[in-house]
Design a protein around this ligand. Structure first.
Ligand SMILES: [Zn+2]
Length: 147
């Protein structure tokens, strides 16, 4: 019978559960105590690898004093099933650059704002100046020449 899953983690001992008995079957280790061969997604990346569609096989937990019900969690992947990460082709790089450029163009004055313009208020696709002139930025002052 599967025991009740744990709901509070207040010590590293609560994070030792190699069989996953108390973590819905997910093998669980304290922070920094993952067995060799199990690594985080970031560690895979550093090795030029990706999960390759495989789900995490284990997790590391670190208790958080103020939130014992929500330990810090790192999902662990089996390094033996990882694959070489996909590297974008030159055509994909060109497409990404074009997309980023499009996001910098203000929909009102059509100039390149030099930053990625949010589609959300107050900008709504306008650069800061156009959004300010349109009265959507409280306390907006047009930038005066400092040079
Ligand atoms: Zn503008």
């Amino acid at each position: 019978m599967n025991p009740r899953p744990r709901t509070r983690w207040t010590s590293a001992a609560h994070c030792w559960d190699e069989t996953g008995e108390h973590h819905n079957g997910t093998p669980t280790y304290p922070w920094g105590h993952a067995p060799a061969g199990l690594v985080t997604r970031r560690q895979l990346r550093a090795l030029g690898l990706a999960p390759g569609g495989h789900d995490p096989v284990a997790q590391m937990l670190r208790p958080r004093r103020r939130r014992p019900a929500e330990p810090l969690t790192a999902y662990l992947y089996d390094i033996t099933t990882a694959v070489d990460k996909r590297t974008p082709t030159e055509r994909q790089h060109v497409a990404i650059r074009a997309m980023n450029r499009a996001h910098r163009i203000c929909i009102t004055c059509r100039t390149d704002a030099g930053y990625r313009i949010p589609k959300t208020p107050p900008c709504e696709g306008d650069c800061i100046d156009c959004a300010g002139v349109a009265g959507r930025i409280e306390g907006y002052q047009p930038e005066t020449d400092v040079a």
